[in-house]
Write a protein that binds this ligand. Structure first.
Ligand code: FES
Length: 151
């Protein structure tokens, strides 16, 4: 399962209805459905959950989305800062995930590929499933989590 990692609803389950189409993303931790333990011991587990119009997604990204909802690692692939911003891209007119440490930008519509900045690779993606309106993790990360170089 997935729970909010910050804000008023920290620790509460994230439902599809909690997500606004077009963002901004919600920050989340995975939670073990059997033990209810929130997997927050490592910040490498923090996730960005975003809901987009399925028509905006490329084919590969669409195949992994549920109702346009996608999950990515919140850890920048450059030097491992948290990716905190959802802002208009420096190189286009769409909103993108942005790491404010060195301005890397990632497009969640295209598998979080790097569209600007020094990051050497995309954010890792996490497959999701949706049952009764609640989101759960459907598999391991696709791609590597964490930064490529020390801060
Ligand atoms: S750590 Fe994110 S851009 Fe450098």
């Amino acid at each position: 399962m997935l729970v909010f990692s910050e804000g008023d609803r920290e620790g509460k389950l994230i439902k599809a209805a909690d997500l606004t189409v077009g963002g901004p993303p919600v920050h989340a931790w995975p939670q073990d459905p059997k033990t209810s333990v929130v997997r927050n011991a490592s910040r490498l587990n923090e996730l960005l959950i975003i809901r987009l119009d399925p028509a905006e997604l490329d084919e590969q990204t669409k195949a992994r989305a549920v109702d346009g909802i996608l999950a990515y690692s919140a850890i920048c692939a450059h030097a491992g800062c948290p990716v905190t911003a959802w802002v208009k891209s420096d190189v286009g007119d769409k909103d993108v995930f942005k790491c404010m440490c060195h301005n890397s930008e990632y497009d969640p519509r295209a598998g979080a590929q790097v569209v600007f900045g020094p990051a050497p690779r995309r954010l890792a993606a996490l497959p999701l499933a949706l049952a009764d309106g609640s989101l759960s993790v459907a598999g391991g990360f696709i791609g590597k989590v964490g930064g490529a170089q020390p801060g």
